[in-house]
Each structure stands twice: as structure tokens, then as C-alpha cells.
Design a protein around this ligand. Structure first.
Ligand SMILES: [Zn+2]
Ligand SMILES: [Zn+2]
Length: 343
């Protein structure tokens, strides 16, 4: 049996190939991929901006689909089940995994890509969906899991005022997840259409960065106190520098997005000292956060449809990547099996 998959051979060289399908182990599940979201990481790999990857490679890790086959030792999953797949395999035994930090697993295996007609995964990485959960929404489980990790690291109290910098799909998910926990959210983004979307999704106010409005506006909206949290959901170091002086005493800033190419963050150490500022980051997600994310999606309370602006067929993967690169679209998703019942 053969599958169709997108293979990135070198920067800006991605091709659709027909490959022999992986053998199904006794604990494995084979899934027909329905949708796979394009992550900024996929784009970085495609553009040759990731130093840690070796070509050729398969990409795509934000996926949902339908089970087609299960190994002899798999229980609780059957062909026809609609599922969400965690495409990244973690070892469970390295120093990070045994400390509950499996997001830093030393042996994490990213080699199976979701930009393919099929994917094989251990049953423990395959999560069944409720009938009411659209496959398209389930493809957002992985990015939302990253968001929930960041927000759990911030450990914010209900009623907190947070500032989200960057209203791309991830920033807009941050916004919604914060609102669902009872926070007041201010946002900042240079693109007017993104600011409007943030307002439609419940932001209290939306600012254009570097216009001078941000500092004045935050001051006004918080009665001079500042924001208790700033989430930097953009790869621009300037956003982090802009956010720092807007933090309240004991305020927290989290660097949620990688910054590429690398840049230095200029900060005044005295401001951190005297204002008791917390600065942290977050990367990836744990299994518990993945499950929590799926539960939140399955509850159906988040507005996910407006975040998905484009769906491309697998054969048009290069166009999907270009759409992400344009910086003007929100979530771009690849539909991997046109024949699949996607209801
Ligand atoms: Zn991702
Ligand atoms: Zn590990």
C-alpha cells in the first residue's frame, strides 16, 4: 500500500511523493488524514530558517482524521473512528520525560508528517472525537495545547488584565482562552483586519503597535496600573521590548513565539528588579495539555471557524505555505484526502 505525502527536500523545494506506507505495529493505528494545519515551524523549515532539521523531511503536526486500521493489540479504537492525532512521539524515559517535561523530550520523533494521505501513530497518540466535533476544529488541538501550556505557566488569577501582542491565529486563540477563564484582554497588532477580528472575538480594546497609542491606551485602560500579563505571540523582538514597560508590579511576560532570525532582547535590569517583573517562555506542550486542549475544543465554546481563512488541497502545499508567509492570512489548513467524509 502506498501513500501520498509532501516531502521537503531542501529550502523552497517541496514535492508530492508516493511512498510505501509504514508497517503497522501491534500497538499502532493508521489514520486517513483529514486536515493538517500549517504551523509557523513548517514555514521556517520550508524557508530553510530552522537550523535543527535535516532534509529531506516530512512536515505537518496539527492533524485530524479517520482511523482505517488498528494493530492487533489496540483496544478502544476502531476503523471509522474520527480522531485527533498527536504526531510527535516522545520516549517517556529520558530526563525530561521522567520529570514531566515531555515537551523537552531528548528523543522526540517528528519524522511522521501530517501533510500526507495517511499517518501511522501509536494508539496512545490517537484521541477519539465526539460526533459533534468537526474534524477541521480538531486540527487546532496542537496549537491550542501550546497556548494552554503558556497560560498555565502564567498562572493568572481570574479578573486579570492581559495584553496579547500579535493577533495571528495563535494570538487569537490566546485571546479566546483567556476570556474563557474570565480575564480582560487587550490586544495589539499592526494589521487593522486582525485588530477587528480580535474585537469581534471579545478583546476589550485593540491597539496598533508603535503608534504611541499602546502605552497611552494601556495606561488609560488599567488606571495607570499596567497589565498583569503580556503574551508575546509574534516573532518580533520589538513587541517584547514594547510590552515590558507596560507591565504592572509583579507583572509577567511570556515569550510564546520563537524569534527568527535570532535577536537580542534589550531590557533594563533595574526595571525588572524594582518592579518585580517575571519573564518566561513556553514551548510545545505535554500530553496532559494536549488532552486539556482537545477537551476545550470538544466543548465547542471557542470560535474556531473564523480563525481558519484558507483550506488548500495537499497537491497545493506550496501555495498553502506561501499563504502563511504572506502574513495576512489566519490559520491555513491543508485538506489531505479529498475523498474522505469530512462531516
Ligand atoms: Zn504547530
Ligand atoms: Zn523523552
Amino acid at each position: 500500500m502506498r501513500l501520498k505525502a509532501a516531502v521537503c527536500y531542501a529550502p523552497r523545494d517541496i514535492r508530492i511523493e508516493h511512498e510505501e506506507i509504514e508497517r503497522l505495529g501491534p500497538g499502532d493505528v493508521r489514520v486517513n488524514v483529514a486536515y493538517c494545519g500549517v504551523c509557523p515551524w513548517d514555514l521556517r523549515v520550508y524557508l530553510g530558517l530552522s537550523s535543527s532539521v535535516h532534509y529531506p523531511l516530512h512536515m505537518g503536526h496539527e492533524l485530524s482524521g479517520v482511523v482505517t486500521e488498528t494493530g492487533a493489540e489496540v483496544h478502544g479504537l476502531r476503523p471509522g473512528d474520527r480522531v485527533c492525532v498527536d504526531a510527535i512521539r516522545r520516549c517517556g524515559t529520558c530526563s525530561a520525560c521522567t520529570r514531566g517535561l515531555e515537551n523537552h523530550c531528548a528523543n522526540a520523533d517528528f519524522s511522521r508528517g501530517g501533510f500526507a494521505t495517511h499517518i501511522t501513530a501509536p494508539a496512545s497518540n490517537v484521541y477519539p472525537l465526539r460526533d459533534s466535533t468537526p474534524l477541521l476544529h480538531a486540527a487546532l488541538t496542537e496549537p491550542l495545547a501550546c497556548i494552554l501550556r503558556a497560560q498555565s505557566r502564567l498562572a493568572l488569577q481570574k479578573g486579570t488584565t492581559a495584553l496579547v501582542l500579535g493577533c495571528g491565529p495563535l494570538g487569537l486563540l490566546h485571546l479566546q482562552a483567556l476570556i474563557s477563564q474570565g480575564m480582560r484582554v487587550l490586544v495589539s497588532d499592526p494589521l487593522p483586519q486582525r485588530r477587528n477580528m480580535a474585537l469581534a472575538l471579545g478583546a476589550s480594546v485593540a491597539f496598533a503597535p508603535s503608534s504611541g497609542d499602546l502605552a497611552v491606551g494601556v495606561n488609560q485602560y488599567t488606571d495607570g496600573w499596567g497589565v498583569e500579563a503580556a503574551i508575546v505571540a509574534t516573532g518580533a523582538v520589538a513587541a517584547a521590548e514594547e510590552a515590558l514597560p507596560l507591565l504592572a508590579f509583579d507583572g509577567k511576560m511570556i515569550l510564546f513565539a520563537g524569534i527568527h532570525p535570532r535577536a537580542n532582547l534589550v531590557l533594563d535590569p533595574n526595571a525588572v528588579h524594582y518592579r518585580e517583573t517575571w519573564i518566561t517562555g513556553s514551548s510545545d506542550y505535554t500530553r496532559a495539555e494536549f488532552m486539556q486542549s482537545l477537551e476545550l475544543i470538544q466543548r465547542g465554546e471557542l470560535q474556531l471557524t473564523p480563525l481558519i481563512t484558507d483550506i488548500f488541497a495537499l497537491d497545493h502545499i506550496a501555495e498553502a505555505l506561501a499563504a502563511v508567509q504572506s502574513g495576512e492570512r489566519l490559520k491555513v489548513v491543508v485538506q489531505c484526502n479529498p475523498d474522505l467524509d469530512l462531516t
